[in-house]
Design a protein around this ligand. Sequence first.
Ligand code: HEC
Length: 209
Amino acid sequence: MSWGRILNYWLAIVCIVFLTQCSEARTETPTDQVNMGASASLEAQQNNQTLLKQGEHLVLIAGCHDCHTPKKMTDKGPVNDMSRALSGHPANMPPPDVDRAEMEKKGLAVTQTLTSWVGPWGISYSSNLTSDKTGIGNWTEKNFFLAIREGKHKGMENGRMLLPPMPWEMIANMTDEELRAVFAYLKSTKPINNVVPAAQPPVSAGPDK
Ligand code: HEC
């Protein structure tokens, strides 16, 4: 074989390799971008799912349902009515019928279904925490942090202090990340329209000193 022919073969091979790579590069670039875009959004979706799962888990173990989910009566007594999960004290349900002045004087707290509470502070009703606009639907994460970390009603800077027995001082110990997860989960809940009655002040001046 002459040097000229060898050179020709080499040139041909180099050209083929070059052309294949060029065409591959041309066809691969857009596909790659699409794939990367898809996997990035898939990753974002998975991260969001993890956040919501963590939030749901924290809400379960921190006992939010105990007070914020209405109860239904069963053979075994009252249980959480999960069809109305986290929707707060039902609008049409009266608070416990007790002698409020006497309760306040004795410093007693009385509850029925754990969603309404008569005590020395007056009457408090567990809030609607669902994603409905009558719940936390219009809240920002900042509102939620103000409510839990500083005990501010509706998460407003100038809001009144939250009443007992909302254990915000304890829940405030959650990390920022945990609170974010809880809030993201609450925002993802089934919206339930329920306007919880407004809290009432005590009828008397408070317990005897
Ligand atoms: C022992 C009962 C109880 C538990 C447990 C409880 N809450 Fe509450 N929560 C209440 C009551 C009662 C109110 C209403 C207080 C008021 O009107 O000042 C309230 C109010 C709130 C508010 C303020 C709503 C508003 O409109 O200002 C938020 C937010 C909240 N709770 C979130 C939670 C979360 C999240 C959990 C679980 C991690 C939880 N609560 C556990 C009783 C409870």
